[in-house]
Structures are given as structure tokens and as C-alpha cells.
Design a protein. Structure first.
Length: 360
């Protein structure tokens, strides 16, 4: 069968070029006589894979030398606990809640200390990013936490919050490597890779070295201590070897595309095609304040549940899959990550025009 256009919020599309290359190496990786799935994480062959992946990521993001790159497990959700366990020295943290994942992270952090929700967009179903230019930052806050791109609600910080000198921690799962990030503006940025970078099962954390310390909260599991992972260069225990290998291939693919500035330009073009249509359509409506729209996740509605169900069903049959919105908000959502080609978005818009005409 031919490949579909997969608009899933994650796990998401991977570049076909990367999949073909991985397929060609499935049984024998570079003359080793085995698949990366089978090789020891202690072998020199795998050491070369993880070293090269880290070097390419550092190159793509211009990661300064005083930041560690960790390839971890447990997904982004496990970091909801790891962040306060490692960083809550004063037992206080400020959270900006702009969606489901920031909300869950704040709730998890409450188990370990005092959490202040210093801004939120819950009042309008997370359809905008609040003004973060002059926040009531707690003097004792160990860090300020954001989810930079909101997968479910389709919002994105276009400017980082003014943290008034406090450490910024960001979950960048759904915008990771979709555009340049100025790493030095963050103390910690982390993200699950299953949207823009690789298969589910890997989370990448980029952490400033002064935040990697022994004095973590009492009871912090050995595996959740950043120092444990940093001291062993992500090899304290068996890492998700095959996932890291695919991430490494995607880093090379991104460099081949021209790097993150080129990706941002490409992603802006893609998103514009869909947003321009939504803005003039009489049937479909975007749900996000235009200035805060994500380039990665585009939620939209018709306003008629039966018609929305019909649209999702017919789209699926036509090869546009996973367009159903998140169960908490309904409607539809097109996730158009790095690997989604422009042709996929153009084809979706043509399908939407046809559906609108036939169901007007």
C-alpha cells in the first residue's frame, strides 16, 4: 500500500529518507553483522552512534559547552517529577499553565514543594498565551516552568517569559528542532522525540551544568537524578539504543535540509497554507488567537459534531489519517511536524475545500 499522510500529534511521521536508510541497515549495521536493535550499549559501535548523535545535536542547536545533553527514557511526563526533584532547592517553583501538559507538570511538582501558577490561559480554553512580560515571580522560586508549544491546543510562545533572572525550564516536546532555540536562555529544555525527531521511547534533556548537582530532594530515585545520567553520559543503564540511532539519523537529515533556520522557514510556509485556508473558510475555523498560533499543531472545528465525525472518517479513507482532535477538546487537529511535506498540507487543504463544497 502507499504511505498515508499522517497528521498524528505523536508518534508522528519520520522522514522517508531516514526510514529507508534504517531499513537498509536493519540486519547489518555498517558491517557489524547485527542490527542496532541487537548490539550492546557498551560496544564501541554503539558508543560511536551516541557520540555522533550528540555532536550533531550540539551543532544544530549551537549548544554551549557548559550544557549536558542527556538521552533518557520515561518520556517527557517523567520529567514532570525529575525537574522538581533535581531543581527545587528552596522548595518553590513558578509555573505558567497554557495547556494540559503544563497543568499536569504543575500538579506533579506540587508533590515536592510549593507551586505558584503565576499565569494561565485556562479562562479561554488555553486558546492564547498570556502576557509574560511582567510576571509575579516568587523571590524564592527555584525555576519558572513552561510548556513552549501546546500540542493539544495549538499555541506557541513567540517570546520566552521574562523570568527576572530565575532559571527557565521548558518542555519543548512538540516544537523541538522545528526552529532555532537559543539554548542559553534556558536552564533546562527537554522533550520527547516522538513528534519531530524519532520513535517514542526517548526524551532528550539539555541541562546547564550548574543545575546538575548531588543535593537533590531526599528520596529522589537514582535513575531520576540528573547527575547519575550525566556522570555516565546517558549510559548508566541500557538506554533506548535504537531510538537514539534513529534520532541521530534525523539530526543528519535536518543538517542536510539546511539546519534549523531553514526548517523554520519551511514550517512557516506549510502552516501558512493551512491557516490561510482556515481564515477564509466558511465551514472550518481555527481555535487559536492568530498571534499565538503554533507552526506544529493546528486545531480547528466545524461546530457540528456529526459533520466533524464525517470529516474525520472521510479524510481517513482518503489517506489523511489521525485528524481527530484530542479527546479533551474534540474537533480536529493537524499536526504538521518537520517530516510532513508541503504536498501533504496542500493535499489536505484541497480535500477540505472539496468537503466544504459538498457539505455546505
Amino acid at each position: 500500500m502507499s504511505r498515508v499522510y499522517n497528521f498524528s500529534a505523536g508518534p508522528a511521521m519520520l522522514p522517508v529518507e531516514v526510514l529507508k536508510e534504517a531499513a537498509s541497515e536493519m540486519l547489518d549495521y555498517q558491517g557489524s553483522g547485527m542490527s542496532v536493535m541487537e548490539m550492546s550499549h557498551r560496544s564501541q559501535v554503539f558508543q560511536n552512534i551516541i557520540d555522533e548523535a550528540e555532536a550533531d545535536l550540539r551543532d544544530l542547536l549551537n549548544i554551549p559547552d557548559n550544557y549536558k545533553v542527556l538521552f533518557l527514557q520515561g518520556g517527557a511526563s517523567q520529567q514532570f517529577a525529575a525537574v522538581p526533584m533535581n531543581l527545587m532547592k528552596n522548595g518553590v517553583a513558578d509555573y505558567i499553565v497554557t495547556g494540559q501538559w503544563a497543568k499536569k507538570a504543575a500538579q506533579e511538582a506540587e508533590k515536592y514543594g510549593k507551586v505558584n501558577v503565576i499565569a494561565s490561559s485556562a479562562d479561554k480554553t488555553f486558546s492564547y498565551i498570556p502576557d509574560c512580560s511582567d510576571l509575579p515571580i516568587d523571590e524564592d522560586a527555584d525555576y519558572v516552568y513552561i510548556c513552549e508549544n501546546n500540542t493539544i491546543y495549538g499555541t506557541k510562545y513567540k517570546e520566552l517569559p521574562n523570568t527576572k533572572g530565575k532559571t527557565l525550564v521548558a518542555d519543548v516536546s512538540s516544537c523541538f528542532l522545528s526552529e532555532p532555540h537559543d539554548v542559553e536562555k534556558y536552564g533546562v529544555l527537554y522533550g520527547g522525540v516522538q513528534k519531530n525527531i524519532g520513535p517514542a521511547g526517548v526524551v532528550i534533556a539539555i541541562i546547564r551544568e550548574d543545575l546538575i548537582r548531588d543535593d537533590v530532594l531526599p528520596g529522589t530515585p537514582t535513575m531520576l537524578k540528573y547527575k547519575t545520567q550525566a556522570d555516565k553520559s546517558s549510559l548508566y543503564n541500557t538506554p533506548p539504543c535504537y531510538g537514539i540511532y534513529i534520532c541521530g539519523k534525523v539530526f543528519k537529515w535536518l543538517k542536510k535540509q539546511g539546519g534549523l533556520a531553514a526548517m523554520k522557514e519551511h514550517n512557516e510556509k506549510k502552516a501558512k497554507i493551512l491557516y490561510d485556508y482556515l481564515d477564509q473558510s466558511k465551514m472550518f475555523k481555527g481555535t487559536v488567537v492568530p498571534k499565538d498560533r503554533s507552526l506544529m499543531n493546528v486545531p480547528f472545528v466545524i461546530g457540528d459534531k456529526d459533520l466533524e465525525a464525517k470529516f474525520v472518517k472521510e479524510a481517513d479513507a482518503a489517506g489523511f489519517v489521525n485528524l481527530k482532535g484530542h479527546r479533551t477538546v474534540g474537533g480536529m487537529r493537524a499536526s504538521i511536524y518537520n517530516a510532513m511535506p508541503i504536498e501533504g498540507v496542500e493535499a489536505l487543504v484541497e480535500f477540505m475545500k472539496k468537503f466544504e463544497k459538498e457539505n455546505a
